[in-house]
Design a protein around this ligand. Structure first.
Ligand SMILES: O=C(CO)COP(=O)(O)O
Length: 248
């Protein structure tokens, strides 16, 4: 399977910024020849316009979260079906910012992943340890616990993406070393074998945390790294494109 380079735009920009970025990516994608799949995850209000611009471009569009219920009295939330209806193929779930800002735990993330799958979306389930957990020697145990708790059991491997995002590397400019990344991704793969069986080798495991054009090539070359989840650098088409063209 091709690597997946996903841009998480988080809560940034206004509509004009989102559409300008989408137009720029569409123009670059028209040349074709990328070795990876591309995905952008705009803030909710911008998904429709961005999906319209990118509809024929080959660049996919995703959400940054969805509710675990199909519909109902959940003020301010959105469902997987709504994302699908707007043209989304993927949804990021359990990002550490959601876990921290909204108290999401593994059980909630798993319920959301099940709802996303039921709506026809591919969930990108995020895991990753904090700086304190890493200094305490707990990084791999935390990652394993989060994967076991957050990934739906027995699902088809091609319908799942996992992202390893060490919390201390997000937005800090401090990237995990290629060795840390390889070790964490190997542990995630080991846990996935127990959850999805033989197909576990097919699950793409993305790395996220201060991925930039300057470090993307080395990170993407690590064993078990199937792409990147990019925050800040995905807001500049030139940088996002440079990362996309770093895929082996
Ligand atoms: O959280 C991230 C992507 O989901 C990573 O963010 P940065 O690339 O800005 O560190």
């Amino acid at each position: 399977m091709k690597p997946l380079i996903a841009g998480n735009w988080k809560m940034n920009g206004l509509l004009a910024d989102a559409t300008a970025l989408a137009e720029d990516l569409k123009a670059r994608a028209a040349a074709g020849g990328l070795a990876c799949e591309l995905l952008v995850c705009p803030p909710y209000p911008h998904i429709g316009p961005v999906a319209d611009i990118l509809s024929e471009s080959g660049v996919q569009v995703g959400g940054q979260d969805c509710h675990n219920a199909g519909s109902g009295a959940h003020t301010g939330d959105i469902s997987g079906a709504m994302l699908r209806d707007m043209g989304c193929s993927h949804v990021i779930l359990g990002h550490s910012e959601r876990r921290a800002d909204h108290g999401e735990n593994d059980a909630v993330v798993r319920a959301k992943a099940e709802a996303a799958l039921a709506a026809g979306l591919i969930p990108i389930v995020c895991v990753g340890e904090t700086a304190a957990e890493r200094s305490a020697g707990q990084a791999l145990a935390v990652i394993a616990r989060q994967v076991k708790g957050s990934v739906p059991v027995g699902m088809a491997a091609e319908r799942l993406v996992v992202a390893y995002e060490p919390v201390w590397a997000i937005g800090t400019g401090q990237t995990a070393t290629p060795g840390d990344v390889a070790e964490a991704h190997t542990e995630i793969r080991r846990v996935l074998v127990g959850l999805v069986g033989e197909g576990a080798e097919q699950v793409r495991i993305l790395y996220g945390g201060s991925v930039k054009p300057a470090n993307a090539r080395e990170l993407m070359a690590q064993h078990n790294v199937g792409g990147a989840l990019v925050g800040g650098a995905s807001l500049k088409a030139e940088d996002f494109w440079a990362i996309a063209t770093s895929c082996p």
